[in-house]
Design a protein around this ligand. Sequence first.
Ligand code: SF4
Length: 439
Amino acid sequence: METRSVYIETYGCQMNIADTELILGLLKPHGYESAPTPEGADVILLNTCAIREHAEERIVGRLGDLVKHKARKPGVVLGLTGCMAQHHREALLDKAPFLDLVLGPDAYRNLPALLAQESADEPLVSVRLDRDETYADIAPARGEGVRAWVTVMRGCDKFCTFCIVPYVRGRERSVPASALLDQVRALADQGYKEVVYLGQTVNAYRDGEVDFGRLLRQTARIDGIERIRFTSPHPSDMDASAIDAMATCDKVAPYLHLPLQAASNRVLGRMERGYSIEEYAALVDRLRAAIPHLALSTDIIVGFPGEEEDDFRATYDFMAEVRYDFAFMFKYSAREGTRAYKWAETLSEAEKGQRLQEIIRLQEGIGGEINRQRLGQTVEVLVEGPAKKQKDWLAGKDPQFKTVVFPGNGARPGELVPVRVTSANAHTLVGVAERAYPV
Ligand code: SF4
């Protein structure tokens, strides 16, 4: 079989990174190898995201850079996959008429056949959403590392009024549990130490009798896997079974990303998040009572249409009370195709920016205080590799998903190293290994 090469540039969330591995896995049996750069590649794909502001302009600009590769060698295919391909296909084809291929997230299975077609005059477009597609039978082509990302469900049924995901990724569907457990066993055999289960609402997972909690418990029985994480759960789906699995399985890490978005019931109602702030707060209490040393993170949007000063104060006060370990904080920006897109914005960009800065300052302070409570304690670090900034240092994560750096002690990626914390800021713990490893 003739070998061809494919270069994929990935934008957006972890789901998209996992989808890139899936696309590479789909193409591998058809003779495609992954290329590290677009130079020399036979197929160039941008795997896109529709969530971020100005993403479309950025992608069109990038396509403008990449089109030169089509002149370099006849037959080079330039294509677009992912959420933006699904969402903005007409606009993108207008702005980048040289595109050969546009593929939505449920159409990747068609890719080998489309690439095998003789060069077509018109771009090949495949954007049908599929209620059943889980790619359960496809083995993703993963990069090296200690952590493997495993997509357990696709799509979302929640339809929050600000979010485009349900429109571009379709309805919720879960990968059969047997396929997932086989995949994790294979990952353990390949030397991966940590799996991260992925889904837009990952804890809505269900395969017959197997709910998300049961899936976690079954995964925890697989030898070789040391840690299990997942992202992102939805607060409404965080049921007793999932909490029990977190509380009772040592391998399930004591860290939860629990998106809040806003703490005012009025704003939560307009967002149609499906919970009240009282329900969310009660869930946090239940989680903290059940899971010792639980680290919590969240997502916050400030300046949603209709957010008054009182609503913002409610969010600020709630964050001060809950004390998240960290938070991803954003200014609201309208996404075409969502319900909120039609709603008049009530704050200027500058006002949204001020509110954002306020909560960032608050969160930086809280994150630093929480991390400094770890001074003198020993944390167990799963080593990932060299630290980015300090030469000869190592970096990894502790169970609470904090980044820990320490002077190299001979430990290799994948080893669990006890590290005594000597200093900390809001983002990183610094320490010294309590054990040396033979080099
Ligand atoms: S739960 Fe809401 S925010 Fe999350 S993916 Fe679904 S619609 Fe979007």
